[in-house]
Design a protein around this ligand. Structure first.
Ligand code: NAD
Length: 496
């Protein structure tokens, strides 16, 4: 079936339609088991529509279609320039429909229409264009061994890749996965999060319109335990790329190990530090630290959730940081109200999870410096929350909350804060605020994190590699590095 929604809001007026089926072999089809999954508006808790949910049977059908497409019309059979042209055409279509996509993304995730448009849809478009540019620039090397012999390398696609994505930035994650995979000549079975499937379904329609051969991109919605598990176990899939929780990442790695040893790349969780030294520009530090933990209602894998402040600026920082949290609370609202700066958590499950961490912080004796309660009575809103008087063994300091909840810790010395910042099983990102360039670089080098940000936060550049140290992941996305993770290298030996 089709879902059609008439938006008549202060920020967006228009009609948006999406096909609700599974997108397999260039067609929208019903799942074999006819399962449906409800999609909820998190600002109200009300059902938006129901989408088709796939199972192992549908994944199998999709893998067969993808294999055929790979052999007949994709891989290195299609010149890189042609693959790049199709990716650019897809980007053009997203650009033409940017308002519709932003409206759908906002409705489904709870982020505002303005943010969805400026950050999410725009970010997805940039990603498709960036990798479109790489599509005809993937090539190997010649290695001279002796006068009589040489070798060369070929960077070959894997073939069918499985891609499993989360709900916090649905269309951005889709682009981070599809764009490099297609640019390097792979075909994909992509599974969106069952919580936020709508923009992916809209993109599926544009895949056909752009002119990709049927079966090159298959978008199969479904639960993680069904369609997701089936992707990680399928013998016809050579690589799985996953973004989501560390717990699910372990399951996927295990399923890959026990099936066909498919290559696995993982982008997982974090508990990233934000470190503010006495010599920081305080206004900037407050601005970025707040953005770092409250943007997207804290549902960001690189969120700066542990905020370390040097003793000289601790009081001044805390006062200004608290003011931001209180302001955001007053600016809470729905996706389509122009003044909204703070939205709901994405789902009731996520709301419960965040509230339970807040409860645990209180029970363990931390001080609630701001927030700490549910916000309003409709939907899944949580007050922007700041905890102080925390100790390093508390759950709210150790575990990823994935909500608008920051813990603030005081420190004295650089050595002490480096040790405390690294005292986590995660290693996704770190943020450092100082005016001293030597200190910034020294601390950056000492931190165990895949990305560090000096005097900024949550900046994402398509050209810069992204991924985790420690239990935050395996492999890198974005930049030239992404081409390596979507190709396998063949060494070819020639005897003259
Ligand atoms: P999740 O792990 O529950 O789900 C992510 C995806 O995996 C969904 O599509 C889900 O259906 C699927 N899935 C669930 N169980 C599965 C299984 N057994 N086999 C295969 N697939 C399965 O995570 P979430 O709750 O959607 O997202 C929040 C988490 O994701 C947070 O921990 C966050 O840090 C992390 N995250 C990381 C990044 C990153 O780039 N590192 C980005 C966004 C989110």
């Amino acid at each position: 079936g089709t879902f059609t929604h008439q938006f008549d809001t202060p920020t967006y007026k228009g009609t948006v339609s999406v096909n609700l089926g599974l997108f397999i072999n260039g067609e929208f089809v019903d799942p074999v088991d006819h399962e449906t999954i409800e999609v909820i508006n998190p600002a109200t808790g009300k059902v938006i529509t129901s989408i088709a949910g796939g199972s192992a049977k549908d994944i199998d059908i999709a893998v067969n279609a993808a294999k055929k497409a790979y052999k007949a019309a994709w891989g290195l059979k299609t010149p890189g320039s042609v693959r790049g042209k199709l990716l650019n055409k897809l980007a053009d279509l997203l650009e033409e429909h940017i308002d519709e996509l932003a409206a759908l993304e906002a409705l489904n995730t709870g982020k505002t229409f303005a943010t969805a448009k400026a950050a999410d849809i725009t970010g997805a478009i940039k990603t498709f264009r960036y990798f479109a540019g790489w599509a005809d620039k993937v090539h190997g090397k010649t290695i001279e061994t002796t006068d009589q012999k040489f070798a060369y390398t070929r960077h070959e696609p894997f073939g069918v890749v499985g891609q499993i994505i989360p709900w916090n930035f649905p269309i951005v994650m889709l682009a981070w996965k599809l764009a490099p995979a297609l640019a390097t000549g792979n075909v994909s079975i992509l599974k969106p999060s069952e919580i936020t499937p709508l923009t992916a379904l809209k993109v599926a329609g544009f895949i056909n319109e752009a002119g990709f051969p049927p079966g090159v991109v298959n978008i199969v919605n479904g639960y993680g335990s069904k369609a997701g598990q089936a992707i990680s176990e399928h013998l016809g899939i050579s690589k799985v790329a996953f973004t989501g929780s560390t717990l699910t990442g372990r399951k996927i790695l295990k399923a890959a190990a026990e099936s066909n040893l498919k290559v696995v790349t993982l982008e997982l969780g974090g508990k990233s530090p934000t470190i503010i030294f006495d010599d920081a520009d305080l206004e900037q530090a407050v601005k970025w630290a707040s953005h770092g933990i409250f943007f997207n209602m804290g549902q960001v894998c690189t969120a700066g959730s542990r905020i370390f402040v040097q003793e000289g600026v601790y009081d001044a920082f805390l006062q200004k940081f608290t003011a931001v949290a209180k302001f955001l609370e007053t600016a809470a609202g729905d996706q389509f109200t122009p003044t909204t700066k703070h939205g709901p958590q994405v789902s009731s499950g996520q709301f419960d999870r965040v509230m339970s961490y807040i409860g645990s912080g209180k029970a363990e004796g931390a001080t609630v410096h701001a927030g700490g309660e549910r916000l309003g009575t409709n939907g899944y809103f949580v007050q922007p929350t700041i905890f102080t008087d925390v100790t390093k063994d508390m759950k709210i300091v150790q575990e990823e909350i994935f909500g608008p909840v920051g813990v603030v810790l005081k420190f004295k010395t650089e050595e002490e804060v480096i040790e405390a910042a690294n005292d986590t099983t995660y290693g996704l990102a770190a943020h450092i605020f100082t005016q001293n360039i030597s200190r910034a670089i020294r601390v950056t080098n000492a931190l165990e994190a895949g990305s560090t940000f000096v005097n900024c936060a949550l900046t994402s550049e398509t050209s810069v590699p992204f991924g985790g140290y420690k239990q935050s992941g395996i492999g890198r996305e974005l930049g030239e590095y992404a081409l390596d993770t979507y190709t396998q290298v063949k060494g070819v030996h020639i005897n003259i």
